[in-house]
Design a protein around this ligand. Structure first.
Ligand code: FPP
Length: 237
């Protein structure tokens, strides 16, 4: 199956990993159990994407809005993030993966930063797949931050405001440092972007899966990429 997927492979895939809570509720378990199973799905999907030759994978791991969830759930998610970063560190470095965090990282607890920052630094020069974790991320907030910096540069004479165009904005957007997303995939049955990669999504193919994130596996990723490739085939250049 893998060779058949090699043509028209999307370079940058973004994933909205939704359905952890419902997965747990369906089993009569706490939402935290769904996030734990969701972490296992993250490991599976990162491996599958790397094997496939995807250039960049951006995972919506914690949104700006997720800070509004009950404290216990936020703590559980932060614990899982730290655990993921520590347990995958070896594999990430061995496989030449570059790990980056995007979003308002200053809001993350120290224990997460202590795992994230050294891994981002140590993997910075890697040229294999880029794994971007969107953490405390919101696309509108990202756009606002770029606007703020552009305004400041213009005010302080470092930038001529007449030069600002769509490319100048894109070049300053951390979520687009790996290129625009070619494919944005959302699991869990909902069909919306929920403040994920809004600026970069301008030309992205959107694929929605009914599968709840903890059930999502390699075959589901292949299927979504196959849908993307079929759409590419029928596109008029
Ligand atoms: C949505 O499920 C998912 C999240 C809020 C966060 C995603 C987190 C993980 C997959 C686990 C930790 C991440 C890493 C990178 C190790 P939901 O709770 O909104 O699901 P629901 O819509 O069914 O309630």
């Amino acid at each position: 199956m893998t060779w058949a997927l090699a043509r028209d492979l999307p370079h940058h895939v973004g994933i909205i990993m939704d359905g952890n809570g419902r997965w747990a509720t369906l089993r009569g378990e706490q939402r935290e159990a769904g996030h734990k199973a969701g972490s296992a799905a993250v490991r599976r999907v990162v491996r599958a994407a790397r094997r496939l030759g995807i250039g960049a994978l951006t995972l919506y791991a914690f949104s700006e809005q997720n800070w509004g969830r009950p404290g216990g759930e936020v703590d559980a998610l932060m614990g899982l993030l730290e655990e993921f970063l520590r347990s995958e560190r070896g594999e990430i470095l061995e496989n030449g993966i570059r790990l980056v965090g995007i979003g308002d990282l200053s809001r993350l607890p120290e224990h997460v930063r202590h795992a994230l920052d050294p891994l981002a630094r140590d993997s910075e020069a890697n040229r294999g797949m880029t794994l971007a974790l969107a953490l405390s991320y919101g696309a509108r907030e990202e756009i606002a931050e770029v606007a703020r910096k552009l305004a400041l540069d213009a005010k302080e004479g470092r930038l001529d405001p007449r030069q600002i165009d769509a490319n100048v904005i894109a070049a300053r957007m951390p979520s687009l440092s790996v290129g625009e997303p070619d494919l944005i995939l959302r699991t869990g049955g909902e069909q919306r972007l929920s403040n994920f990669l809004l600026y970069g999504a301008a030309n992205a193919e959107l694929v929605f899966s009914e599968k709840l994130w903890p059930d999502f596996d390699e075959a589901d990723l292949f299927e979504a990429i196959h849908v993307y490739q079929q759409r590419m085939k029928s596109q008029v250049p």
